[in-house]
Design a protein around this ligand. Structure first.
Ligand code: GDP
Length: 297
């Protein structure tokens, strides 16, 4: 299935290495844990999270006296899926609801919006897109292509227009046309952090005012292939934007999918979707158990 294929590189890298380690140590000692920790860190699990996983595993092995590699691998699977906790659905029950999508350029924001729009439409929801990345004409055109592909409506202004005004219009149109979900794209220039954060704050104010009492999601899109960089990007956005969830794209393109675990553990933010390819059906709701199964089974 999609998730298994998407995680194949990480399985072939991280989990294979863990298996090799388990099979090469006749006795589980400190040297084993040192190597395990290194393997996890090399797979972008993050230092603190890798140490935590090793500590939990050490305890479990001590408790049970387990020596069987398969059994220990099972324990790791359990520890990791436990750290990821419940897959959380989008909170978009009110009519209308709004999803603001943020993240730096190139992470897959537009693609994610297109896929999400198609998914929600397939669930029977009426979706409208707002092209509030007015910084680049190409961004508006790209979103238009995706709105056609997904068969949903689009509100756009000209390049250089006020993004908050686009969001305002998208909300008005969404309400007038009886839409269930309004999804707004945003610009992603991190080299101009203050401007970007001010712009997001202005958009948030419009949303808070125009969508009072409605369900809101702020999804931060991160590119899994950028590894620990993704975590620092998230920390920068976290200050400004009231993020409610993460979309982690391009997991199919990395052997270091351990970043999923780091994001959840280091940021405390739920990963709500993962991107495992470029096609319209390659955005998958994130489920910790599916994730752990795809890696360890
Ligand atoms: P934006 O600048 O953030 O809007 O990024 P785009 O949506 O234009 O995506 C940048 C590139 O990443 C495009 O070539 C997408 O096809 C690709 N992309 C997006 N999501 C995924 C994914 O989950 N897997 C893969 N392999 N490619 C992706």
């Amino acid at each position: 299935d999609k998730i298994k294929n998407g995680l194949k590189k990480t399985k072939d890298n991280m989990v294979k290495q863990v298996e090799t380690l388990l099979n090469s140590f006749t006795k589980i000692d400190e040297e084993f844990f040192e190597e395990l920790e290194e393997t996890l860190i090399m797979s972008d699990v993050g230092v603190a999270t890798s140490v935590k996983i090793c500590d939990l595993l050490r305890e479990k092995i001590k408790e049970t006296g387990a020596t069987d590699p398969a059994q220990i691998k099972g324990m790791m699977k359990e520890i990791i899926s436990g750290m990821l906790t419940g897959g959380e659905a989008l909170n978009i029950s009110t009519k209308p609801s709004i999803i603001l999508v943020i993240g730096v350029n190139g992470v897959g924001k537009t693609t994610t919006i297109g896929k999400l729009a198609a998914n929600l439409k397939a669930e029977g929801k009426k979706v409208l897109l707002g092209a509030a990345d007015t910084f680049r004409a190409a961004a508006i055109e790209q979103l238009e292509i995706w709105s056609d592909r997904a068969g949903v409506e689009l509100i756009k202004h000209k390049e250089g227009a006020d993004p908050a005004a686009v969001v305002f219009d998208a909300i008005s149109a969404g309400k007038a046309r009886g839409c269930d979900v309004i999804i707004c794209d945003t610009a992603g220039r991190l080299h101009n952090k203050k401007n970007l954060m001010d712009e997001l704050a202005k958009i948030s104010r419009v949303i808070d005012r125009e969508m009072e009492g409605c369900d809101k999601e702020v999804l931060l899109v991160l590119d899994a292939t950028t590894g620990q960089n993704a975590v620092s990007q998230a920390k920068q956005f976290q200050e400004a934007a009231g993020i409610t969830g993460i979309v982690l794209t391009k997991l199919d393109g990395t052997a270091r999918g351990g970043i999923v675990i780091a994001i959840k553990d280091e940021l405390g933010l739920p990963v709500k979707y993962i991107g495992v390819g470029e096609q319209i059906d390659d955005l998958q709701p994130f489920d910790p158990q599916d994730f752990a199964n795809a890696l360890f089974d």
